[in-house]
Design a protein around this ligand. Structure first.
Ligand SMILES: *Cc1c(COP(=O)(O)O)cnc(C)c1O
Length: 368
């Protein structure tokens, strides 16, 4: 047997970019009011639960799933109103689709462009794939810096551009006209990531036929299916047939296929829950803005970004009081002293606001 220590063997063999990465950190949340991950707080109606229970009991889990997920894909096409001639490619969460796109388009020297601050997986997955990453800073009000973005596109000719619409973690939806200009200026593929479509007032889905270099990506995670791990790319078959070759054959299991098909038949029930979340978002935004010392940003998603002095102290104070949100202080210079709270059920939001006021009082007392 080799006398080389396992760790040094690992370090010798692994790519340096991977050794340098920090794993995506998911903090423990047991026993806490969980407002950190943009989950839907509501359960399913009893009849839907029963329907799922029966279908799952009969599911052929000894067999591999339908590799083409024919039934589920048809349900997505009809329920979500895909334009004529467009199809979908399914992913084990949309994170998997970001990875698939990066692998597919990473020719030597190719680049992936995203704005920042935005969804951190764009940069992380570029690194996983060994792809050059270009970050264009957003304007101070978190809108697109169109001039800088168009200049970066001309200069770097990215093969792949990701724009989250609405954006995470800032919550705003970029100007649609500016996104159109970016698509038109790009030689590469532009992916509009609509993870928060259920909470937003606009979508690029109907614009798919206008742009041959556009794909729309969505996930069901924020709509109440985070546990299923299901996302999809919508677009022309020119793109999807090529990308399909990279999809691992059984990436969506038997149970997610069955359960998501049932839930899509009840899509309007989930959209009603989303409407409730949008109402509660307005209440929560007003409550945050009523607290002195807080700047809360308007949101078209199911979370709100806000800035507060001593964000990390406030974040820890909230956790001590049993409320888990997301601390973005240190994640990006533009997010200094920023925290992000998911819109939960009304009682959870009230609990958060009460704990926030107490935590703020603590920081004031400490500095007095
Ligand atoms: C949450 C999120 C995703 C990932 O969703 P999964 O389908 O759960 O992997 C993708 N993009 C954005 C902008 C998100 O906020």
């Amino acid at each position: 047997m080799s006398s080389v220590l396992p760790t040094s063997r690992v370090e010798k063999l692994m790519r340096q970019e991977i050794l340098d990465l920090h794993a995506y950190h998911v903090p423990p949340s047991a026993g806490l009011v969980k407002l950190d991950a943009m989950e839907n707080p509501y359960g399913l109606p009893a009849d839907v639960r029963d329907e799922i229970a029966h279908l799952v009991a009969d599911a052929a889990i000894n067999r591999y799933p339908d590799p083409a997920a024919t039934t589920l894909r048809a349900a997505i096409r009809t329920t979500l109103g895909l334009p004529q001639g467009m199809d979908v490619l399914l992913g084990n969460g949309s994170d998997e689709l970001i990875q698939l796109l990066a692998i597919a388009l990473n020719k030597p020297g190719a680049a992936l462009l995203s704005v920042e601050p935005s969804f951190v997986m764009y940069r992380m997955i570029a690194t996983f794939a060994g792809m050059r990453h270009i970050a264009v800073p957003l304007a101070p009000d978190f809108s697109l810096d169109l001039t800088a973005t168009l200049a970066a596109i001309r200069r770097e000719q990215p093969a792949l551009v990701f724009l989250a619409y609405p954006n995470n973690p800032t919550g705003n939806a970029f100007d649609a006209e500016a996104i159109c200009q970016i698509i038109e200026a790009s030689e590469g593929l532009v992916v509009v990531d609509e993870a928060y479509y259920a909470f937003a007032s606009d979508s690029f889905m109907s614009r798919l036929p206008d742009y041959p270099n556009l794909l729309v990506m969505r996930t069901f995670s924020k709509l109440g299916m985070a546990g299923l791990r299901l996302g999809f790319l919508a677009g022309s078959t020119d793109w999807l047939t090529q990308l399909e070759k990279l999809r691992l054959p059984y990436n969506v299991g038997v149970l997610p296929q069955i359960v998501a098909t049932v839930l899509l038949a009840h899509h309007d029930e989930l959209l009603r829950q989303a409407e409730q979340i949008k109402c509660d978002r307005a209440v929560l935004l007003a409550a945050l803005r009523a607290v002195s010392g807080i700047t809360a940003f308007a949101s078209e998603a199911n979370f709100i970004l806000f800035r507060v002095a001593n964000a990390t102290t406030v974040f820890n104070g909230l956790k001590q009081r049993g409320v888990l949100i997301k601390n973005l202080n240190g994640a990006h210079p533009a997010l200094a002293d920023c925290l992000r709270v998911t819109v939960g059920a009304a009682a959870e939001n009230a609990c958060f606001i009460a704990a926030l006021k107490e935590s703020l009082q603590d920081t004031i007392n400490q500095s007095a």
